[in-house]
Design a protein around this ligand. Structure first.
Ligand code: PLP
Length: 405
């Protein structure tokens, strides 16, 4: 059977591939610790699970409105508005500005499909989440990757943005708090980018804010705090990370641009009809119920972050900044690259792929190579695993790296 050129060009997700390899090794009896997946290890809180059970019993089992259950869209708009600082001008969202999708992943995919024409340029600061690039390619867009700098916490600067924008640019994709770096753009950093964007009114900004509940230092700033972007801003968020609801597959996008919302809703109507109704009712319970569960999980991640940073500081050759948000550590490991002899075995480790491979085979710890995120000098470790696993994984990694001589 033919496979379309469009789909032939898509790379498989390296983080999912690494997680699958770790799982297969585990199934074969190898004691592997996986630090490869980006999902909270906690269970979905009980009141949310109960809401889903009630939704089944009450018959929320039919097709629903394409853009989502009205009460959930209302809850999403309220939740977004309540996170914004009131002392400065900002956008105010209404239920009609929201489209609920099958995870933030589909919201992003649909936003790109709705905005980007073949040949359009889409600017993505690297390192970045694995899927943006592939999604742009499927839409026929041209990815313009900007290599950001370690010294800037891998945040895009105004000068870097200006140098990348052309009259062909149609979209800029930003992610804060960031996967894989854990960095958060400050209000001032975003303001400097918005000032550059003034000169390029044809550029839509897609702001992925899926980790905005998981912050350990400073405050998250939403691009919704910049009223001047009103007509060309798409904000993406979801319940996966904040409420430990990855498998429920509920995410959304928000925009004040009515024509975009209308077009994107039309696309979704021909694609999935609507997100799963029972899961939408669970997401509604998550947003409208007590937020104590979010804070409790945030505190658990905050403690693990302290722990992993303390242990990582003892590993030779690792250079990293403490992540400000999300649940990833993204050390630069390039000073370790070289040729090694371990017993009779000769080893060449000259990029992050080779180091990730070595750590899996030698230490039985699965991490994701930075090349998956456009940064082959780094590796990504997820600390969404138990304290005991973090301690054991870091002990094994340290020993394996000390053996590189
Ligand atoms: N955006 C980023 C930066 C992510 O890391 C992820 C998941 O890993 C997503 C979006 C997708 O989230 P969802 O589970 O809502 O599809």
């Amino acid at each position: 059977m033919q496979v379309s050129e469009r789909v032939k060009g898509i790379a498989a997700s390296q983080s999912l591939a690494m997680a699958a390899r770790a799982k297969a090794m585990k199934a074969a009896g190898v004691d592997v610790i996986s630090m490869s997946l980006g999902e909270p290890d906690m269970d979905t809180p009980e009141h949310i699970r109960r809401a889903a059970q009630e939704a089944i019993d009450k018959g929320w089992t039919h097709y629903g409105p394409v853009a989502g259950v009205p009460s959930l869209r209302e809850a999403i708009a309220c939740s977004q508005n309540s996170h914004l600082r009131l002392d400065i001008g900002h956008l105010t969202f209404e239920a009609s500005d929201v489209i609920v999708s099958v995870g933030a992943k589909m919201a992003i995919y649909n936003a790109i499909q709705t905005v980007v024409n073949p040949g359009d340029e889409v600017v993505i600061p690297m390192p970045s989440w694995v899927s943006y690039t592939e999604m742009v390619k499927v839409a026929g867009g041209k990815v313009v990757a900007i290599q950001t700098k370690y010294e800037n916490r891998y945040c895009l600067t105004a000068d870097e943005l200006r140098a990348a924008l052309t009259e062909k640019t149609r979209m800029l994709i930003l992610c804060s708090p960031n996967n894989p770096t854990g960095s958060i753009y400050s209000y001032e950093e975003l303001k400097a980018l918005v000032e550059v964007l003034r000169e390029f009114p044809q550029v839509t900004v897609l702001s992925d804010e899926i980790y905005d509940a998981l912050i350990y230092e400073g405050t998250a700033c939403s691009l919704a705090e910049f009223e001047e972007l009103a007509e060309r801003l798409i904000i993406v968020n979801g319940v996966s990370k904040a409420y430990a609801m990855t498998g429920w597959r509920i995410g959304w996008l928000m925009s004040k641009n009515k024509a975009f919302i209308e077009a994107c809703t039309r696309l979704q109507g021909q694609q999935v009809t609507c997100a799963t109704m029972v899961a939408q009712k669970a997401a509604e319970a998550a947003l409208t119920g007590s937020q104590d569960c979010v804070e409790a999980m945030r505190q658990v991640f905050a403690e693990r972050r302290e722990l992993i940073c303390r242990l990582a500081a003892e590993i030779p050759g690792w250079k990293f900044e403490k992540p400000q948000g999300a649940f990833y550590l993204f050390p630069n490991i390039s000073t370790l690259f070289g040729k090694f002899e371990i017993g009779d075995c000769k080893l060449v480790i000259d990029n992050a792929d080779a180091l990730a491979e070595y750590l899996l085979e030698e230490a039985h710890v699965a991490v994701v190579s930075g090349s998956a995120f456009g940064c082959p000098d780094c590796i990504r470790l997820s600390y969404a695993i138990s304290t005991e696993e973090i301690i054991e994984a870091m002990r094994r990694i340290k020993r394996a790296i000390e053996n590189l001589k």
